[in-house]
Design a protein around this ligand. Structure first.
Ligand SMILES: Cc1cc2nc3c(=O)[nH]c(=O)nc-3n(C[C@H](O)[C@H](O)[C@H](O)COP(=O)(O)OP(=O)(O)OC[C@H]3O[C@@H](n4cnc5c(N)ncnc54)[C@H](O)[C@@H]3O)c2cc1C
Ligand SMILES: NC(=O)c1ccc[n+]([C@@H]2O[C@H](COP(=O)([O-])OP(=O)(O)OC[C@H]3O[C@@H](n4cnc5c(N)ncnc54)[C@H](OP(=O)(O)O)[C@@H]3O)[C@@H](O)[C@H]2O)c1
Ligand SMILES: Cc1cc2nc3c(=O)[nH]c(=O)nc-3n(C[C@H](O)[C@H](O)[C@H](O)COP(=O)(O)O)c2cc1C
Length: 576
């Protein structure tokens, strides 16, 4: 299909090659490739790109390998991380090195931008299409789909006259029968055992210690690993959504892709009820992107609403869109309520094109199997904040988890585990310095439990919170371990005195000890928590320790830190 749209951005029937499935050696035959890649960890390629990464960096690839290829690289990143779009930048350089020709400069999408990655991607796509159409003009005999006409939906929903018998064979989860540990396509439904508020009742921040039972799940983990949790929408939001779209939540349907090679979303039951689709799949609590308004305008039968939607999806309307949605963090559900005539007319077939899928959220595992066998604990800060909108904004997953109460009846949460960004030394006497303010302490709770159980010594924990009697997570446990000589705890209670005291201040105060541990005793240094300012501040503190205690010049201190990073003696796990 080919679609003419604003700013000459036709949608051609492009071929999407998933690099995890693509035979890399075939790249030498591709004349034009657009690479879209995120950066994860500490400047690492995502899991599904790892094979490709190894391939493309093979030393024996001749420098003319890709000289037949035109390419463009679109990076997805977040400028609050030190290695902003590192993978995309490195890939761009490597493709040039292998003889490929860049059609246009690399695009660096940034989650931190007010308009999200679209702010840079939209203009870049305009340029990309211009270049591509110069090379591959639209064939004259191919009809152009006029602006305002939607492309066919990706799926069709075939509604069933009556709900299927739940015991019938058809009514099973659309998940594979693969063996092996739980994964995104086959999560484990973990019974929640406890959900306990661990901040003081009057403290503004609600933080929960949540425990799951993972008996017979096939799940295993070590300190530093991460659990992924697939949240659901709240019942109130599901009802509101169904009401405004005129959907019957109890109706059942069978989902069918229009194109044979498009897989159905993993985890959705077949047949599926509208309630299941809306609760488990449609991310109506997210802030809509420009493409949402573009498609909604195409689907709108109401002139006034359509005009407004077109305005918000136009290039000139981006400041208005920012003011209406991005700044106040207005959600898809709230937008649909603001455009009721359009919402009521959305053909159900388009729901999965219009509304993104709910993504799983990661949490650092806070317990060790050596101390809590068959259990998995996490420490969750419930996200809630205000904007100019009347209703407070609530994080989807953390609020959903907080709302679950195992005391009122059985609760199950879909989850699976993957390695995190932190790995701890196995030797018995290598010291570890762990810096984890706030919920950043979670992975270090697992590490301390594991290390103490294995008799590993040299455990140094720097913990920061606001007040010792409000948000000092596991305070009693740390003090008990200190008494037993298993842990050295250093605290920074930021609001207990006139001036702020943070973990980096304590590091500086203990500079001689930190230098001695790192330089003479081969210590590993770990940092976890909020990605915003804390990691940079802590790294600056380390740099000044290297200069003051180690007598290094500024460039030598930077080289020292880089060497620690390269040899995995400096590791971080931070989240935005
Ligand atoms: C490897 C890793 C480990 C993690 N470990 C933990 C952990 O141990 N404990 C933990 O609590 N979290 C942890 N997180 C974060 C967690 O994954 C979720 O991002 C967090 O719980 C929020 O999810 P949510 O669905 O509740 O919020 P969402 O619905 O995803 O909303 C969060 C978004 O709201 C916006 N936002 C939040 N606060 C504000 C504000 N004040 N002003 C404006 N916008 C704001 C931001 O855009 C933010 O991305 C970890 C993340 C990663 C990647
Ligand atoms: N969006 C943001 O920028 C942001 C920032 C922080 C927290 N939060 C939210 O708050 C919740 C809990 O966050 P959290 O567990 O990461 O930590 P937290 O509970 O917010 O903070 C833990 C401790 O870190 C201190 N701190 C603040 N800035 C610091 C810095 N630059 N360097 C070192 N320490 C610093 C805090 O002090 P003071 O508060 O006294 O300054 C506090 O004592 C989460 O929901 C998170 O989303 C959001
Ligand atoms: C654990 C984690 C680590 C990240 N590390 C980086 C990083 O080092 N550099 C960067 O530019 N972005 C980083 N990001 C941001 C992601 O690249 C960005 O959010 C991207 O849009 C994610 O795409 P995905 O949702 O398809 O994985 C990180 C995100 C997470 C959750």
């Amino acid at each position: 299909s080919l679609k003419g749209s604003e700013g000459a951005r036709p949608r051609v029937g492009e071929k999407v090659l998933h690099l995890c499935l693509f035979v890399e050696a075939n790249l030498i035959r591709e004349p034009l490739v657009v690479f879209v890649c995120a950066t994860t960890g500490q400047g690492d390629p995502p899991d599904n790109m790892k094979n490709f990464w190894r391939f493309i960096f093979r030393k024996n690839l001749p420098s003319t390998s890709l000289c037949q290829m035109d390419f463009a690289v679109l990076g997805l990143g977040d400028s609050s991380y030190a290695k902003f779009n590192f993978v995309a930048k490195k890939l761009h350089r490597r493709l040039l090195q292998l003889g490929a020709s860049a059609l246009l400069p690399i695009c660096l999408g940034d989650d931190q931008h007010e308009l999200g990655p679209d702010a840079t991607i939209d203009p870049w796509l305009g340029d990309l299409w211009e270049k591509v159409l110069e090379l591959y003009p639209v064939p004259i005999d191919l009809p152009v789909i006029p602006h305002g006409v939607p492309l066919p939906s990706k799926f069709t929903l075939q509604f069933l006259p009556e709900a299927p018998n739940p015991s019938s064979k058809e009514s099973c989860l659309a998940i594979s029968d693969s063996l092996g540990p739980p994964s995104e396509s086959q999560p484990f439904l973990a019974p929640m055992v406890t959900n306990q508020r661990v901040t003081g009742p009057s403290h503004f921040q609600d933080v929960r210690l949540i425990e799951f039972d993972i008996t017979d799940s096939g799940i295993s983990f070590a300190a530093g690993d991460v659990v992924l949790i697939q949240p659901s929408n709240s019942a109130a939001h599901i009802q509101q959504f169904c009401h405004v779209l005129g959907l019957d939540p109890s109706q059942c349907f069978v989902l069918q892709p229009r194109e044979p090679d498009v897989p159905c979303p993993p985890g959705l039951p077949q047949p599926c009820s509208v309630w299941q689709l809306v609760s488990q799949y449609l991310d109506m609590a997210s802030v809509p992107r420009r493409s949402f308004f573009e498609l909604l305008a195409c689907l709108s039968p109401h002139e006034l609403e359509r005009e407004k939607l077109l305005e918000l999806s136009s290039a000139q309307g981006q400041e208005d869109l920012c003011e209406y949605c991005s700044r106040p963090r207005r959600t898809i559900l709230e937008v649909l309520c603001d455009f009721p005539h359009t919402a009521g007319a959305i053909p159900p077939d388009y729901l999965l094109d219009l509304i993104p899928q709910i993504r799983p959220r990661a949490f650092s595992i806070a317990s060790s199997l050596l101390v809590h066998p068959r259990r998995l604990q996490i420490l969750v800060a419930v996200v809630q904040y205000r904007t100019r909108l009347k209703e407070p904004r609530r994080g989807l997953c953390s609020s959903w988890l907080a709302s679950l109460d195992p005391k009122k009846g059985p609760v199950q949460v879909p989850l699976w585990v993957r390695p995190g960004g932190l790995a701890f030394p196995e030797t018995p006497d290598t010291p570890v310095i762990m810096v984890g303010p706030g919920t950043g302490v979670a992975p270090f709770r697992a590490a301390v439990q594991e290390r103490v159980a294995q008799g590993q010594t040299g455990n140094f924990l720097f913990f920061g919170c606001r007040w010792r009697d409000q948000d000092f997570y596991w305070g009693d446990e740390w003090q008990e371990l200190e008494k037993r000589g298993c842990l050295t705890l250093v605290t920074a209670f930021s609001r207990e005195q006139g001036q702020k005291v943070y973990v980096q201040h304590r590091l500086r105060e203990l500079g001689p000890l930190v230098w001695e541990l790192l330089d003479h005793r081969g210590a590993y240094f770990y940092l976890a928590g909020n990605a915003k300012y804390m990691p940079t501040d802590v790294m600056e503190a380390l740099m000044s320790i290297f200069q003051e205690e180690g007598g290094l010049s500024h460039p030598n201190a930077a080289t020292y830190l880089a060497r620690l990073q390269r040899t995995l003696r400096f590791q971080t796990e931070t989240w935005a």
